[in-house]
Design a protein around this ligand. Structure first.
Ligand SMILES: NC(=O)c1ccc[n+]([C@@H]2O[C@H](COP(=O)([O-])OP(=O)(O)OC[C@H]3O[C@@H](n4cnc5c(N)ncnc54)[C@H](OP(=O)(O)O)[C@@H]3O)[C@@H](O)[C@H]2O)c1
Length: 389
């Protein structure tokens, strides 16, 4: 079990050795699976390889795939050196589970091909998330949605991932009326090129050179950019709209009133979020802390007098979601308002760890094959019928 975080004292602590899973027993007893990682040379893909190893996922073969540019290069995994292959439809022959993390275009092109070759895809891009026939799953929020998958399962956006388990605690106890979230997102959320860009701009600043920007429209070093992904006609960015629509789908609340401003900041790893929630029934901060701390994988760090609150640097490298600064939101009446701060490692729980947890759940529940092959009812997103009618 992982130890307590070092910042401040945790008022409530949920141990996060995957408490809702029997993965340890699984790794001892289960017959191994062939797993492919698509985007294996990227920051998320590499983290997926690491998390599979850490959690002792029962791997028969680990097949690493990327574009033709990286085919033939090698990646170290579990003390072995593995050669990266090119992601083509044929590369999925014999694969049980394919973890995709190579961008939306690759997922749109290759995920159906992988399914046609018998693989079940867990996709980390936004390509399939809002398809009403594709389950969008956070492991500790809506694992049962996996049952009806038709070959593709979507892994949520990193900003959604760390928020949904916390909102679930309020949904299930006092009801959610309205949510406003502002994100402070690290550059690793953009990928390897953005990490290099921030580092080079910091070096340029120190040596008095001009800072050149190519990944982002402005220098990210010493800045805050209120633009993540493209702008939509309604004035929101696509990243902000992911937080809106994905939380609604995962929480099964298609009419939830929720708004977001997403901001990129010069942090390497971990996203932070300032959240304001209007609840249906009254709730005190004390009760909210207990509820948050009871969610598997959530740690409450809330000790302001000792400067104890979640920090990006402390969350980096951890699988948990950290919550602190829990207080009454004084702009709402009758104790129906809460404000808090949520931090998590966007590469781990926000991407790789949740994807591997979904693979574990599919394995444990014998749901790796599509619903049609198991006689299970196909998945349908909440509100999807009404929305299409
Ligand atoms: N970073 C995050 O926090 C995060 C969180 C949630 C979701 N995501 C999503 O995860 C995906 C990858 O993100 P990342 O941060 O890991 O990006 P990255 O570091 O830029 O890596 C991209 C990966 O995709 C591969 N790739 C690119 N074009 C390809 C093609 N045509 N065929 C096969 N592979 C191809 C690259 O392989 P080469 O080496 O061959 O170029 C590389 O392995 C994106 O969809 C992103 O939206 C990221």
């Amino acid at each position: 079990m992982q130890g307590r975080p070092g910042v401040g004292s945790a008022l409530v602590y949920s141990p996060y050795r995957n408490p809702y899973s029997q993965s340890e027993a699984m790794s001892r007893e289960a017959s191994p699976l062939t797993v492919a990682v698509v985007g294996a040379t990227g920051v998320v893909g590499r983290t997926m390889i690491q998390v599979l190893s850490e959690r002792q996922f029962p791997l028969g073969e680990l097949r690493l795939l990327a574009s033709g540019r990286s085919a033939g290069t090698t990646v170290s995994a579990d003390g072995r050196t593995l050669t990266v292959g090119e992601a083509t439809p044929e590369a999925f022959e014999g694969v049980d589970i394919a973890l995709f993390s190579a961008g939306g275009d690759v997922s749109i092109e290759l995920a159906p091909a992988a399914v046609a070759h018998g693989a079940t895809v867990i996709d980390n891009s936004s390509a399939w998330r809002m398809d009403p026939a594709v389950p969008l799953v956070v492991s500790q929020v809506n694992p049962d949605d996996l049952e009806g998958h038709a070959g593709i399962v979507a892994n949520p956006n990193c900003s959604t991932m760390q928020l949904a388990p916390v909102l679930m605690a309020l949904r299930d106890s006092v009801g959610l009326e309205r949510v406003v979230v502002d994100t402070y997102q690290s550059v690793s959320g953009t990928g390897a090129d953005a990490l290099a860009e921030l580092e080079s701009q910091i070096r340029a600043h120190v040596s008095g050179e001009p800072k050149t920007a190519s990944v982002y429209p402005h220098p990210i070093a010493f800045n805050a950019l209120p633009e993540i992904d493209v702008f939509l006609p309604n004035g929101y960015t696509k990243e902000e709209w992911k937080v809106v629509s994905e939380n609604r789908k995962i929480l099964g609340l298609p009419d939830l009133r929720i708004s977001c401003t997403a901001v990129r900041i010069p942090v390497f790893v971990s996203h932070s979020e300032a959240v304001h929630v209007e609840t249906r029934d009254p709730i005190t901060p004390e009760r909210a802390r207990r509820l948050f701390g009871a969610v598997p994988g959530v740690i409450v760090q809330d000790n302001p007098s000792e400067h104890g609150y979640p920090l990006a640097t402390e969350a980096a490298g951890r699988d948990e979601i950290f919550v602190g600064r829990v207080r009454r939101d004084v702009s709402m009446a009758d104790d129906r308002g809460l404000a808090f701060w949520v931090v998590s490692d966007n590469l781990r729980k926000g991407a790789a760890t949740n994807a591997v947890e979904l693979a574990e759940l599919l394995r444990e529940r014998d749901w790796v094959r599509p619903a049609s092959a198991r006689g299970a009812r196909p998945y349908q997103a909440p509100g999807a019928v009404e929305a299409r009618a």
